[in-house]
Ligand binder design. Sequence first.
Ligand SMILES: [Zn+2]
Length: 100
Amino acid sequence: MHDTWSDHEMWVYECLACMTSWDEQFEVRHYDDGHGGEAAVYERGGQRCTTPWTDHVCPNCQSQNIKVFSKPLGRQAEVPKARADGDVAMVFHLRRLHAW
Ligand SMILES: [Zn+2]
């Protein structure tokens, strides 16, 4: 039997071309992959979707030059600033992995 748990995440996007910013909320389903690791699936509005840091274009100017931040919901007060900076660095690392 594998453990499954869900989380809500808010992601904030900022267009570097026209400075529009917006946010989107995702439901994240985490799975124990049975090998001591963890897999996660992102859903939005009950539909499985791509990871929050890929495939986003600016709704205003269609630029793909988007800066992405993650914002764990309801935990802002407990997360030290250094932790938040680490999350942003991780996002940029992941974006490089996805060959932006
Ligand atoms: Zn834009």
